[in-house]
Design a protein. Structure first.
Length: 295
């Protein structure tokens, strides 16, 4: 047997052991016999990232297992991963690699066209031409070409009270996972507050400050951009919403408000949409944002 084959068998055995241990602790979540047979017949290694390690007791013989598991349930931090000599265990290392891969995918993948079509969002692009240019030239991710500005002016509602748009930022996974729940919630909240809402769209290769160029293009009072936060090993699906009142190209960061950590295990997308709609109403009423806004 080759070294690669031996390594693959070892990884497969370790993950299967973790899955079995997880199922012992959660008897109601055991896979059906049919599911187990499918995994066995396919020869595929189970997806270790699908295991909720907050429910897995990795520390051998803890003083108080019940209290320890209760603490683990409150955080995504890697508590009690244990070790093999001076190094982490194989399971911990594999989970680290899996989470790192998810973070890399969040940065380098493009958002699914199916998601954008389903949400009926037209796509525009900053002056960046490639993902590599977007990642290495943040300044270009803040700019719109004249052609793009002309398209936006032609196809979008002008002079709205609020312009809502999404952008990839540093995590397309965050956009894909939160867009379907977040957009309807924020649109409903804004319309319930009696505000004229512009045409939502998706801006590819966009940074936060691109919202200033968008504001000038559509002449909106308030602009909000939802874009993916820099992913970490705890999550790659966290989204942030940046808002400004009467923004402009070259505006200082002090005029921006932000609601961050929007995802299922942080600020729930539906709740975030309603909360953001209320913040924007205060911006309109006070004619202010950032440090000048009284919340």
């Amino acid at each position: 047997m080759t070294n690669d084959a031996m390594l693959k068998d070892l990884i497969k055995q370790v993950i299967e052991d973790v899955v079995k241990e997880n199922n012992k602790q959660q008897p109601t979540e055991k896979k059906s016999t049919k599911q187990q047979e499918q995994i066995k017949s396919s020869g595929e290694v189970p997806d270790i990232s699908a295991i909720d390690f907050r429910k897995v007791l990795s520390t051998p013989d803890p003083e108080n297992p019940a209290d320890f598991m209760e603490i683990k349930a409150t955080t995504s931090a890697r508590l009690g991963v244990w070790r093999a000599g001076p190094r982490c265990t194989t399971t911990t290392h594999l989970r680290f690699l899996a989470d790192h891969a998810a973070a890399m995918d969040a940065v380098f993948n493009d958002i699914s066209e199916e998601v954008l079509e389903k949400m009926q969002l037209k796509t525009y692009t900053t002056v960046c031409e490639t993902k590599d240019e977007f990642l290495t030239r943040p300044d270009l991710g803040c700019q719109l070409s004249k052609e793009t500005v002309d398209e936006i002016k032609k196809e979008c509602v002008m002079n709205p009270d609020v312009q809502v748009y999404f952008s990839d930022g540093l995590s397309t996974s965050a956009v894909e996972n939160n867009l379907p729940d977040l957009l309807p919630a924020v649109m409903q909240g804004l319309k319930a507050n009696g505000l004229k809402v512009g045409t939502p769209f998706y801006l590819k290769y966009g940074r936060v400050r691109a919202m200033d160029a968008v504001t000038e293009a559509v002449n909106s009072k308030v602009t909000i951009v939802f874009l993916g936060e820099r992913p970490g090993l705890a999550t790659s699906s966290s989204l942030s919403g940046y808002m400004t009142y009467e923004g402009y190209i070259g505006a200082p960061e002090t005029i921006r408000n932000i609601v961050s950590n929007i995802y299922a295990e942080g600020t729930n997308p539906v709740e975030a949409g309603a909360h953001i709609a209320d913040i924007i109403k205060k911006m309109i009423d006070q004619k202010a944002s950032g440090l000048k806004l009284k919340l």
